[in-house]
Write a protein that binds this ligand. Structure first.
Ligand code: AMP
Length: 206
């Protein structure tokens, strides 16, 4: 494969690719040699299928996320739309003055997911892209799920808070702006936020 590799994680490799003349992203889950080959393929494919299912639900809920162009389950690959824009992590690092506007959008998009019973599973600013039209897009739903309950939504927000306070601790009030916006846009925000408190206290004593 002579596509350019742009990212390599524990589970997947991301290449810049092309699909019928359109810029695309190829996400491949390579085999793990330490697993039995049958089990390995089954695991990689269930994760691939889960990611596609959650992306499709997110898109149906109006959350901007990549269009799935093609899937190859014999190699555990997804070809998807290449979302053009800037990674939110980089914007916040380089232009912290834009934090308020972006954090309001983050609260809104997470509320949209949760209102539709979808959790992302890995809410970090590296998985958010602000496109050229100022629309916040979400990527990497590999740990996401649908028809979730308050607990999973609480875990989602708790992880976001932790990711935010470690990656952007220098930006005052950023997480609070996210939560204000989440409250305004999420139907059952109070119940989720109470659950976050509960999850936090469980974390303190275990
Ligand atoms: P992932 O393993 O899905 O978290 O992707 C790793 C990195 O690849 C992300 O942080 C992005 O920089 C990039 N990436 C993945 N999918 C896309 C996409 N659909 N559009 C643009 N960039 C992407």
């Amino acid at each position: 494969m002579d596509y350019q590799e742009i990212s390599r994680g524990a589970e997947a490799i991301i290449y810049l690719s092309e699909y019928h003349g359109r810029d695309a992203i190829l996400k491949v889950r390579p085999p793990k040699k330490y697993r039995h080959p049958d089990l390995d393929l089954q695991l990689r494919n269930s994760r691939t299928k889960n990611e596609i299912r959650v992306i499709r639900s997110a898109r149906a809920a109006g959350v901007r996320s990549p269009v799935i162009y093609d899937v190859d389950l014999s190699n555990s690959c997804i070809i998807m739309e290449h979302l053009k824009g800037l990674k939110v992590k980089d914007i916040l690092d380089e232009h912290p003055s834009e934090a308020k506007e972006i954090c309001a959008k983050i609260g809104e998009i997470v509320a949209k997911l949760h209102n539709n019973k979808i959790c992302h599973g890995d809410l970090t600013t590296s998985n958010m892209i602000l496109d050229d039209d100022g629309i916040l897009c979400m990527i990497d739903f590999s740990l996401g799920d649908t028809t979730v309950d308050i607990e999973e939504m609480g875990v989602d927000l708790h992880l976001l808070e932790r990711a935010f306070t470690s990656a952007h601790s220098d930006i005052d009030g950023a997480y609070e702006t996210i939560i204000d916006s989440y409250r305004k846009n999420m139907r059952n925000a109070q119940a989720v936020l109470e659950r976050v408190e509960n999850i936090r206290s469980r974390g303190r004593y275990t």
